[in-house]
Design a protein around this ligand. Structure first.
Ligand code: ATP
Ligand code: MG
Length: 401
């Protein structure tokens, strides 16, 4: 391999001042974490780009890992050589050797920050273009829309060549935009919603409502698996598992069947809001999408939101199911989500829920039960699981057994 470093271009370049500093710091940390397993990596962050230095083998390994890091717009492997025309010629040939050349077009682009370099930009472009054409006669020049753009940066400390650019995840580095609590069911939507918010720089913790024995151990394992998959994009996800059986049974007993789903959601939200406060998060995220089911109409949102003034983020609100499935597939949660384990809501879902529940009526039905102590108990008795994709540490001395 000929590459000496990777150049990383940031996303969201409109950031200024202190925000930019936080952005760069978080991106630096997240890249370090993503490349944790590599031993020769060094990072150098600048105002508008970052460099990753490592052995050529490890740079190759770093490429697929960087594609998932939020806050990276694009990145390119770079080959470095001495800043002489001869050295640049042979490096240009070596760089293009990495590319498919048959029947393709190319263009040489030069940026010359070292003004002492003997040739001006246009002259060097011509020189290197000629060299490339002699070495790869199957290539043709296309200055407007080339298949391969050979970029040469002439700096004081050498010449830097690149021929490809990989797309990053875009968005903002996780951790640069506060913390939120994701309501994570075992379905397809909520993991996708969590991912989209992480891509906007939000650190997430997750909350899941379980109603044993109506929901199984398997259903819970599925949610742990989903939280682990999400941790790939922003580090460990704390998953709060709430014992929800008593509350759900109280709702079934007290609230008419056709609005029980609204009450269930309202109680979930009241509990989530308590946990949110305890962990210092500022918002709650759900996987709801407008019109998808009875509990996801504007009337339902009105009745559900009334229990708190905390911002409820619904990043999937305007997407349709196929778009959500695409996201879930891309982030690797789809296969887990479609496993057929029951969710607490599906079990208690009535045959014909109201699509336009009325807040005053729902409040009236709920007023016969004092939910406060039940909420406090559920929050207190929750289980917290730290979910991350890292391997379990090996037992000490296991190799001697
Ligand atoms: P999903 O695919 O995320 O389950 P859905 O289309 O099945 O969504 P609902 O089951 O109505 O829709 O759930 C709507 C949202 O409520 C979910 O996206 C999730 O944020 C939250 N939610 C539902 N059930 C639970 C649960 N058991 N624990 C935590 N959050 C839940
Ligand atoms: Mg669901």
């Amino acid at each position: 391999m000929i590459w000496n470093e990777l150049l990383i271009r940031y996303g969201e370049m409109s950031l200024k001042g202190r925000n930019r500093k936080v952005f760069i710091q978080k991106l630096n940390q997240n890249i370090r974490r993503a490349l944790d397993g590599l031993t020769t990596v060094k990072l150098q962050a600048e105002r508008d780009r970052m460099f990753v230095y490592a052995s050529p083998e490890e740079l190759e390994l770093a490429i697929p890992l960087l594609k998932d890091v939020a806050g990276i717009q694009s990145f390119s492997p770079i080959a470095k050589c001495e800043s002489t025309v001869e050295a640049i010629r042979s490096m240009a040939v070596a760089v293009l050797d990495q590319e498919e050349t048959a029947g393709r077009t190319f263009k040489v682009e030069v940026r010359r920050t070292d003004k002492k370099f003997p040739l001006v930009t246009g002259e060097l472009q011509k020189e290197i273009g000629g060299t490339v054409l002699r070495a790869y006669p199957e290539l043709t020049v296309n200055v407007r829309k080339p298949d391969i753009l050979l970029h040469i940066d002439i700096r004081e400390d050498g010449a830097f060549l690149s021929s490809r650019s990989y797309k990053g995840a875009g968005g903002m580095p996780v951790g640069s935009n506060g913390r939120s609590l994701l309501m994570l069911s075992g379905g397809i939507d909520s993991p996708a919603a969590g991912y989209l918010m992480m891509k906007r720089g939000v650190t997430i913790e997750a909350i899941h409502f379980a109603s044993p024995p109506f929901t199984s151990e398997k259903a819970q394992e599925k949610v742990v698996e989903l939280a682990k998959k999400l941790s790939l994009y922003g580090g460990t996800v704390n998953l709060h598992i709430i014992p929800f059986t008593d509350i759900q049974q109280a709702i079934v007993k007290q609230v008419p069947e056709n609005v029980s789903i609204t009450s269930t959601r309202r109680l979930m939200l009241r509990i989530a809001d308590q946990v949110r406060k305890e962990i210092g998060a500022l918002a709650i995220i759900t996987g709801e999408s407008l019109g998808q089911v009875a509990s996801q109409t504007l009337e339902s949102f009105t009745a559900i939101n009334a229990v708190t003034s905390t911002p409820i983020l619904r990043p999937l609100i305007a997407t349709d199911k196929l778009e959500i499935i695409d996201i879930a597939k891309k982030i690797g949660t789809y296969e887990t989500s479609i496993q057929p384990y029951e969710d607490c809501c599906t079990i208690f879902t009535p045959a014909s829920p109201k699509t336009k529940p009325r807040l005053d009526k729902v409040e009236y039905y709920e007023s016969f039960i004092d939910f406060e102590p039940m909420i406090a108990e559920a929050v207190r008795d929750r289980q917290i699981i730290e979910c991350s994709l890292e391997e379990e540490p090996e037992a000490p001395f296991s190799s001697l057994l």
